[in-house]
Design a protein around this ligand. Sequence first.
Ligand code: NIG
Ligand code: FE
Length: 414
Amino acid sequence: MNNLIVKNAAQVVTCSGFEGKRGREMSDLQVIKGGTVIVTGGIISHVLHPGEGIPVSERDYTLIDASGKALLPGFVDPHTHFVFGGYREEEFSWRMRGDSYMDIMNRGGGIVNTARATREATEEELIESGRQRLDAMMRLGITTVEGKSGYGLDRDTELKQLRVMRRLNETHPMDIIPTFMGAHAIPEEWKGKEDEFIDFNIREMFPLVAGEKLAEAVDIFCEKGVFSVEQSRRYLAAAREHGFLLKMHADEIVPMGGAELAAELRCLSADHLLQASDEGIRAMAEADVVATLLPLTAFSLREKYARGREMIDTDCMVVALATDLNPGSSFTASVPLLFAIACIYMQLSPEEAVTAFTINSAAAINRADYIGSIDVGKQGDLILLQFPSYKFLPYHVGMNIVETVIKRGEIVFS
Ligand code: NIG
Ligand code: FE
């Protein structure tokens, strides 16, 4: 059971390592040409160079001949909002007409619009739509996904979203890492009482979520007209007291000092960062905060891209990539498009993009010791491409070239 040999791959793209990679290290994927990988009991037990004999009894293993194909660690998507009710296709056409994301939010659309639909949806409906999204992500090579709450903005719906993720984690092959994002937007009933809404999250929600172990991290949308730096500091500092890891949506639309705050609080990651200041980026690098960049969101909102090239070259940061799948600013989990934009517009090299969506994105969810690379001892999450090189990922623009997906040593898509 869960014993697998993937033999003679054109490339075994190991991404080897047990922590996030920074600067130049991001370019070294440690590729083994003609390598073989063995998964025993769901865990990678051997990574072999050509010519090394197979030290297990092949009879007890499923065999895959990977000649002509590249083998990679499963992709890790460290920032999504994949559990939600309803859609916002009207808002998309308004944006194409010239309305901004924040204009729409300010007139009662945006996140609060999805919160209305998510409050109305039953747990079963959310499980069903969530399952379909996970299936689609898995076919694109994603084997672990972070998922945020934040479309309830009230006690019961926030808990409902988190329980849906727990249920899906138990029943779907995808690993789901849940994040509590009570402070995603200000719901109608708390308008004008933003500080009190932060207090409500701190006093009521953190103990409940921590008590039921429903999330590992806590996140907040630190943005002009949403939550201030001061409110974010208070909320995140309290979250830390409950044992949560800290994440931020920082400096997405307006430069606010979000990156600086992420550094001050030593958050696990700060995400978006389109408008992050030079000092903020430097401070994050020094404080070892992962920069999670979301090019599909910048693309969908027609915003300028985060300065990934500089973050890698000048600041030597740990840069990760994520899809940000959500019904508003990035209604896509397109891994092919993610790779294409990261390379074509953000000027990451194919090697850096692969690192950013494997070992570095594992680091962004505190899992670099367990997933994100092909190393002995890590979970047997692997993907096989139709082509002999990882370089086809950005090059075959917009096309899904993932042929086989393996989760804990079992073929879950082929
Ligand atoms: O990461 N910016 C805030 N949160 C999400 C968007 C959520 C939504 O529009 O529904 C994001 O882009
Ligand atoms: Fe987001």
